[in-house]
Design a protein around this ligand. Structure first.
Ligand code: CU
Length: 154
């Protein structure tokens, strides 16, 4: 008798756990809000006391995300847009739902100033991307040759 009742007490616990897992899996199929991933990050080896950083933030979610700031141990980081031959600092950039924010040579980019040291090809620079209402995203930028250009499909 004692053995039987012990088994009966355990069984409902197992059922509750399985039910919780099934619910979590169901919710994961339709993510609410932005769903971000970062690819193609790199920094050309700096030739002055400034450096640029490039990367793509992809948003597979149903809501826009907003990149508001970038921080790094390497130095001051600002986000720049390029207009014609001039670049200017912007306070934020959108990552559209089901779209991407592309930071690329000749376009929008990360600008590093007051470098703590000059990173060299083969090293890695860590940055943290800050988005409105989301957890910060850590990204490692491999340092490439100063003349490096990514090939399409890379
Ligand atoms: Cu710039």
């Amino acid at each position: 008798m004692r053995r039987f009742s012990a088994t009966a007490a355990i069984r409902p616990l197992v059922l509750v756990t399985a039910g919780t897992l099934a619910l979590a899996g169901c919710g994961g199929d339709e993510p609410a809000g932005p769903d971000l991933s970062v690819s193609g990050a790199y920094m050309p080896q700096p030739v002055s006391d400034m450096a640029a950083g490039f990367l793509t933030v992809t948003n597979k979610g149903d809501e826009d995300a907003e990149l508001t700031s970038v921080t790094s141990d390497l130095g001051e980081v600002t986000v720049h847009e390029t207009e014609g031959q001039a670049m200017r600092e912007v306070s934020s950039l959108d990552v559209p739902a089901h779209g991407a924010l592309v930071l690329e040579s000749g376009g929008s980019h990360l600008m590093f100033e007051q470098l703590a040291q000059k990173p060299r090809e083969g090293q890695t620079v860590s940055v943290t991307l800050h988005f409105t209402g989301l957890d910060p995203v850590e990204v490692d930028l491999p340092v490439k040759a100063a003349t490096y250009r990514p090939t399409s499909g890379n």
